[in-house]
Design a protein around this ligand. Structure first.
Ligand SMILES: CC(C)(COP(=O)(O)OP(=O)(O)OC[C@H]1O[C@@H](n2cnc3c(N)ncnc32)[C@H](O)[C@@H]1OP(=O)(O)O)[C@@H](O)C(=O)NCCC(=O)NCCS
Length: 221
């Protein structure tokens, strides 16, 4: 799995300009509908980064190839043999690419107003019990770890929240990888899961349906 994180910092306009050769007219039209300029920039930068990486991996100049979307909105470039996933939060944009198998990435900014105990009832019962057993500050970090890990799995599956988050279980403790305890039921599937080194106050996780994959992780910006 190849994972790349960009921190836009105070360079959002520069990143957006750099993205332009690798985005399509439909993506520009979509970006123009976002109310917040930062949301538009993150959308364009994520898509452009994926397209540039796909072109490099495939050895072709496909800088304007249109992505498809499944019924839940998961983007893809069909028949190219490489799957990808995009996530943004705050000034961070992350992408993951994986050959031949679905991949999901999620980045979240820690939000001090999130109440981990109150939100824990949407999680797996064992995850919920672990969070409720922790003092609030520790539960807060555990919740964000758990959340990004579960979202990475949700993004692999590509069906949004159509399946309950309580249907699979992740570790809530700090560990760099192998955090999937009870996988969603996909016959014969093995999984690779990892947390990614993100900036302080950020949590990032990646998952793919194939066992034993290594993660190459790079930061830009
Ligand atoms: C699709 C979904 C997973 C996006 O998650 P998000 O955290 O809101 O946003 P992110 O920035 O991480 O991801 C957005 C990107 O995901 C991709 N995406 C959209 N729909 C997707 C889907 N069904 N599956 C996988 N990826 C999807 C897109 O590339 C999108 O970015 P783009 O439109 O700029 O290309 C979201 O719709 C969802 O269902 N979230 C689950 C919410 C939740 O309550 N999770 C709790 C976990 S404990």
């Amino acid at each position: 799995m190849l994972c790349i994180g960009i921190h836009l910092r105070d360079m959002a306009e520069d990143w957006q300009e750099a993205a332009l050769p690798c985005i399509t007219a439909s993506e520009i039209a979509r970006a123009q509908r976002f109310r917040q300029p930062l949301d538009a920039t993150r959308h364009l930068v994520g898509r452009a980064l994926v397209r540039a990486l796909l072109a490099r991996e495939l050895g072709t100049a496909m800088l304007q190839a249109e992505f498809t979307a499944n019924p839940w909105g998961k983007p893809a470039l069909p028949n190219c043999g490489i799957e990808f996933s995009i996530s943004h939060s705050g000034m961070a944009v992350w992408v993951a690419l994986c050959r031949g198998t679905p991949v999901g990435i999620d980045i979240e900014l820690e939000n001090s107003e999130t109440d981990p105990h109150a939100l824990s009832d949407i999680l797996h019962p064992a995850e919920r019990a672990e969070l409720l057993a922790l003092p609030l500050q520790e539960a807060h970090a555990a919740f964000f770890r758990c959340w990004t890990r579960k979202e990475a799995i949700v993004k692999v599956l590509g069906e949004g929240l159509s399946k309950p988050l309580s249907g699979f279980r992740v570790h809530t403790g700090s560990r760099s990888g192998d955090w999937l305890i009870e996988a969603p039921s996909i016959p014969g599937a093995g999984w690779s899961t990892a947390d990614l080194a993100a900036a302080p106050g950020q949590y990032a996780s990646v998952a793919a349906i194939a066992p034993g994959l290594t993660v190459d992780c790079f930061h830009l910006g």
